[in-house]
Design a protein. Structure first.
Length: 269
């Protein structure tokens, strides 16, 4: 949990019903520069079995000179309860806080960002952070071309693999959400597989809800079910192509009994 006004960060474990504020991050703002925005992500290092928090702070000069932002990357470790400034070549990339949180999978934290090396056009990309090396590395391309920011994208996980939900918000004639899965991260080129797609303009959805605007809240671990966001939530079965109304609201999380006070205690999930 992050408060973008006070810049306080809180850890919450819904399994143990405990919450606490972690120490404030380091003051790394250069003199005469303005704090622009922060990106905060929670990750799990599978090698050290330690929870980590990444904070990417963007600063802009005065007077403003376009996209010439300065970025500082800090990392917090639950085991040490302190922050460290890390050396990260992040001047050509930018986080996208409005795109939502990322996914921590197999020692890599994926989240959405922007690439400024593509010339005058800012290119949306997926950034990857190696938790063991504590550095940003590969930049991933989306499963579909995202020219002119026409795609609305959301990162999820299926079977411990990165998944991506795409939707073309500029095409008003259709409202089709596609669910993709990244087959292998350790390759020079991304290999995405389209698992299924949901047509929000299908007669069944429009008849049940009376409108055709919504999105995918989450997908199940095996990728066979999806939770749709409408006036009321709906559960979609990609195997039978059936949609059922959900009468309850829930917070989706991976159950863990790890203490938010120390990562040295045993973890069960």
């Amino acid at each position: 949990m992050y408060n973008d006004i006070t810049r306080e960060i809180g850890l919450w474990n819904p399994s143990t019903r405990r919450c606490r504020l972690i120490p404030k991050s380091l003051d790394v703002k250069p003199k005469d520069w303005f704090q622009y925005r922060d990106f905060v992500g929670l990750c799990f290092d599978v090698e050290t079995e330690d929870y980590k928090v990444i904070q990417v702070s963007s600063f802009e000069p005065r007077p403003l000179t376009g996209v010439n932002y300065l970025r500082k990357v800090q990392i917090y470790c639950l085991s040490t309860d302190c922050w460290r400034l890390i050396d990260s070549d992040f001047h050509i990339h930018c986080c996208a806080p409005e795109a939502g949180l990322g996914q921590s999978l197999n020692g890599i934290y994926f989240h959405q960002g922007e690439d400024y090396t593509a010339g005058p056009v800012i290119k949306p990309v997926i950034l990857s952070f190696d938790l063991r090396k504590e550095k940003y590395q590969r930049v991933l391309q989306y499963p579909e071309q995202n020219t002119d920011n026409r795609l609305v994208t959301q990162l999820e996980s299926i079977d411990d693999k990165l998944a991506c939900i795409t939707f073309n918000h500029t095409d008003f004639s259709s409202r089709i959400f596609k669910v993709w899965m990244l087959n292998n991260y350790n390759t020079t080129k991304e290999l995405w597989t389209e698992l299924y797609k949901i047509d929000f303009m299908s007669p069944e959805i429009q008849t049940r809800d009376g409108c055709y605007y919504g999105g995918i809240l989450a997908i199940s671990r095996n990728g066979k079910f999806g939770l749709l966001d409408y006036k009321s939530s709906m559960c979609y079965n990609s195997i039978t192509d059936q949609i059922n109304l959900c009468t309850v609201k829930a917070t989706i999380y991976k159950e863990s009994l790890v203490s938010i006070d120390a990562a040295s205690k045993s973890i069960s999930s």
